[in-house]
Design a protein around this ligand. Structure first.
Ligand code: AMP
Ligand code: MG
Length: 424
């Protein structure tokens, strides 16, 4: 059994950032681009009407600033319509926002500037325009004003945002080369397990770890690959493990402690996974197993986590060990590898005592300049009730219980819907 600090150091040392991958645009949201995105079109792609109105020749209006100017409407153009008809002196086109300007036209007079009831005039009619502050070229989005075909519109190194996705889509990029989103296979082992939709018979347990770990992986912007359930039979587990080893990370739950059917460490060994550590001085989560499988030169190894089957233990181990591994694989900066740590003050006693450091679900409330930390009820490593309500994990060293008023360390967990940020 090793100390938590040593275990974390081993995880950090074993995890290697994945090479960037070409990925679908939406899969790369939040990831740093590894190569620039280059546009295959100009933007705007042609001179474009930016208002609903009439496409005119500037000289027809600029010459008569007092107006009104009367023009023949020769064509109607909605967005998507194109024409080869040329706007010559004394004529105009009725045009809607987004349509290409017809040949000869170089400005748009908004529909609101049509007078004497002529705003509704279509091709074949005559419009009277009164535009005292007319500017040549007005309300036209000029071809290539934003960017040109062949131009880098998103440089390497920027994080892809929603706006970036829109821009890349406009530029014709359906895929981008970005920091890899780690693929994380999730396997739940245990002959007693049934799917959540099944009403468990006596002796059966619903698989809560599978969906929980998939949610935890998704919350790290990594890709969960659910492998479902494997019964406690070596062939069943080995087949599923072999499948999971094709991912960047394999998380398996159950079967890693010292019970009769805790077959997992031997199966990992048989699959060529090298053990890095087994058992950490920690509560809950002591049986946690960690290893690596080489994928060849220049490749990051597949990281393999055997998490204890009890759901609270599994989640605590995920937060402590899997979270930093995924962050390192994804190439995230060191300051976001782990859950943020803060100091707070206990509002009520933390009654748990253990021979190893313990992590307990707690509520954390900012109160003036300090964080008030309240331990939540917790019945042990199978109990998710407190964790589901928790803002964080209260970290207590080995030893006796802690009294109200004690200064304590907490790890902040993300809880969506929080109204006040805990960290400034
Ligand atoms: P194990 O680590 O396999 O010895 O399992 C410890 C406890 O966790 C047992 O009570 C299991 O039934 C339970 N357990 C194991 N896997 C899961 C799971 N995927 N979901 C819920 N409970 C589980
Ligand atoms: Mg089991």
């Amino acid at each position: 059994m090793i100390d938590l600090d040593k275990a974390l150091e081993l995880v950090e040392r074993t995890a290697v950032t994945l090479s960037p991958r070409r990925q679908r645009l939406l899969d790369a949201v939040g990831q740093r681009l590894a190569a620039a995105v280059v546009s295959d079109v100009d933007s705007p792609p042609w001179d474009r009407a930016m208002m609903d109105g009439f496409a005119v020749r500037s000289c027809d209006l600029a010459d008569r600033p007092a107006g009104p100017v009367e023009l023949d409407v020769i064509v109607d153009l909605a967005a998507g319509d194109v024409t080869t008809l040329e706007i010559s002196g004394g004529t105009c086109a009725r045009i809607m926002t987004g349509a290409p300007l017809p040949p000869g036209a170089d400005a748009v007079v908004p529909i609101e500037s049509a007078i004497d009831g002529t705003a509704t005039v279509h091709a074949g009619g005559r419009v009277r325009l009164q535009e005292p502050r007319f500017r040549p070229g007005q309300h036209v989005g000029r071809r290539a004003a934003a960017f040109r075909a062949g131009q880098e519109i998103l440089p390497a190194g920027v994080v892809l945002t929603a706006a970036g996705v829109g821009l890349a889509a406009e530029a014709g990029a359906t895929h981008v080369c970005a920091a890899a989103r780690p693929r994380v296979a999730i396997l739940s082992t245990g002959s007693e397990l049934v799917s959540p939709e099944v009403v468990p018979a006596h002796g059966q347990t619903r698989n809560s770890n599978g969906p929980m770990l998939a949610a935890a992986v998704a919350s790290l912007a990594a890709e969960p690959i659910p492998l479902g359930l494997a019964a406690d039979r070596p062939e069943a587990i080995r087949a599923a493990v072999a499948q999971g080893l094709a991912a960047d990370v394999l998380i398996l739950s159950g079967g890693v402690s010292a019970g009769d059917l805790d077959l997992v460490p031997a199966i990992f060994a048989a699959c060529g996974v090298e053990q890095v550590f087994h058992k950490v001085r920690l509560k809950p989560g002591k049986p946690v197993w960690f290893g690596r499988l080489d994928r060849g030169p220049g490749q990051s190894p597949t990281l393999v986590f055997g998490l204890p089957g009890n759901p609270a233990s599994s989640l605590v181990c995920f937060e402590l060990f899997v979270r930093p591994a995924v962050a390192i694989l994804a190439g995230r900066p060191r300051d976001v590898w782990h859950l943020p740590r803060c100091r707070g003050v206990l509002t009520s006693p933390a009654k748990f005592a253990a021979d190893r450091p313990i992590y307990l679900p707690c509520r954390i409330v900012r109160s003036g300049g300090q964080l008030d930390v309240t331990p939540l009820p917790w019945t042990g490593s199978s109990d998710l009730v407190g964790l589901a309500m928790a803002d964080g994990l209260l970290s207590l060293p080995a030893g006796g219980p802690a009294d109200a008023g004690c200064g304590v360390e907490v790890l902040l967990m993300e809880r969506s819907g929080r109204t006040t940020p805990l960290t400034p």
